[in-house]
Ligand binder design. Sequence first.
Ligand SMILES: [Zn+2]
Length: 723
Amino acid sequence: MGVMSRIASVLLPMPLPEAFDYAEPEGLELAIGDQVAAPLGPRLLRGVVVGLREGAGGNRPLKPVDRRLDEPPLPANTLEFVQWAARYSVDAPGLPLAIALRGARAPKPRPVRVASLTAAQPARVTPARARVMEAATGQALTPAELARAAGVSAGVVKGLIDEGVLEIREVVADARWPEPDLTQPGPTLNASQAAAAAQLNQLIDQRGFQVGLLDGVTGSGKTEVYLEAAAHALAADSTAQVLILLPEIALTQAVIGRVAARFGAAPGEWHSDVAPPARRRVWEAVAAGSCRIVVGARSALFLPFANLKLVVVDEEHDGSFKQEEGFIYHARDLAVARGKIEQAAVVLASATPSLETLRNAETGRYRWLRLSARHGTAQLPTIDLVNLRETPPPSNTWLSPPLVAAMRETLERGEQTLLFLNRRGYAPLVLCRACGERLCAPDTESWLVEHRYSGRLVCHLTGFSMPKPDRCPHCGAKDSLVSIGPGVERVEEEARSIFPEARIAVFSSDTVFDAREARRLVEAMAQGEIDILVATQAAAKGHNFPKLTLVGVVDADLGLRGGDLRAAERTFQLLAQATGRAGRRDRPGRALLQTYAPEHPVMQALKAQDRDAFVAAEMEERQLAGLPPFGRLAAVIASGPDAAQLEDFTREMARVAPNAEGVDVFGPADAPLGLVRGRRRRRFLVRADRGVDLSAYMAAWRARVRPPSAIRLSIDIDPYSFL
Ligand SMILES: [Zn+2]
């Protein structure tokens, strides 16, 4: 009788439907969570052990695991979360695993060669040599740093190395993270903040899964409150870890600065701008538990926390928490799920919470903490609607006379204006006057956007770009292309021509490339070095600009034309955030909204600054239609190069959709964006009652179809994009 062997299920970070079985080699003694190298075809791949059981491999002998990697194992909770996320999103578990391993697969920080003193004495001690030896008694320095510190030439240091007085060692940057200093007092909180902080501390003290909604107008000081809760969580448990999720990198920098100031140590930073070796260091320190505070973008949710006790989702309503490509997920919803798995407290913070979150607060599933007073003495701005039908801007311009007059007054008082337009580039559409052709990216039904800074036409959907041609590519007419409509670059041009003496800057993802540039621009604005800032949504939140007293919204109707479920909600949120920027501290602020629809309920609610009225009206409409938060949605997008094949497949898919009570399947229909990169697209929309397990329904449906290899099928639970 042979020795009883074990089978290891190994999940690979690839789009495969399930984990693969391997034999456990004798003596290896694997454990769940171990990172291993396992053969797949001719290659060895990194994978994670997700199951171990006794037994042999059936008829065929199983291939053995090659070896255990010298890497930290994934904690059980992280593995459970990865598998939960895959089930929820109806996708391959290897995809969220790949996100969880992103830091482990990054290169390790390179060792540094430092020089340190040996016991040997130099044959001859010159003053220069004495200075080098003194400098070398402190921290470990490289030979070049040592020479600089001692003020000597490289030759002096080399001489000491050759004599054996100094020796060269290789050291790796310390993997441990500086401990947060919990003895530092926090800022003084006002009564409303203190009450909210006390309630959050109570949630944390219950030491289980709890969700709180921190709901307060812009400028009410939510950050101070959740940092107080973070301090409480860290102090209550000496190994506790805190994760702060933010929707954008531009915002991350401001919050990292505040965390560092509050705790006397920089937090772990996690987003796409972090260099791979630094990412590796954060990943390892989070797994080891030494990095106790992480500030990051949505993928930070997949880090291997050793003991996660508090998750904060700041700006929880923000659409950028939704990941739309690759593994599709909503980071706010997954944060709540991770909190449940970790038995941690979750804090959702916003000035304009999503309807989903408000509904959970109304029904008591989430603790609702409202911050009423504005921090300090600032007052809410006054909001006025500019009716563009009555006071339109001169033709081919975008700033109306009332807005220009308000900008002039603001400039004369030495105060700042923020012009807000949620549209990148110079013009959203380029049209040929001769033949009427609208320029699109090749094989795509999305308009090309003109960018004057780069002199190119860009497709924001596919990334395609080309230099602006002097002839129409369609009819060949010369100089016939005209730019239609405004983007931020065009509004900037207009502001410069009206106020040539003003200092004007643009803040959009085309002009601000990285976190450092974003920080520089935000600082210049805070220092009063900019008079007029023209911005897309990137600047609409999170920053304190003490001299900003006027916000002009160039096209308040823009979001309302989206035609999707959340169009009104998103417009309200965006405009409330943008207008909330005006007049903090002790200066009264003013916001002007240019609109063709001043009677629209969203505009009326904004003018009255009556969020509750807006929410009540919107909730009623959603309830009547059974839409979120009263029902649930999922989308299916099928795409393929051949229109007829795609139509056949989607018809067949409709035929085999499972019948289930409380589920309606709409479609298939051609997607509004019917052609992208040469692929036709068709969509289904599925609506379900709240009690339905929509993920299970979609998985059952998915299992009934076998798409031809040319057709890609993607499922989007709780879709935010309806294109
Ligand atoms: Zn033409």
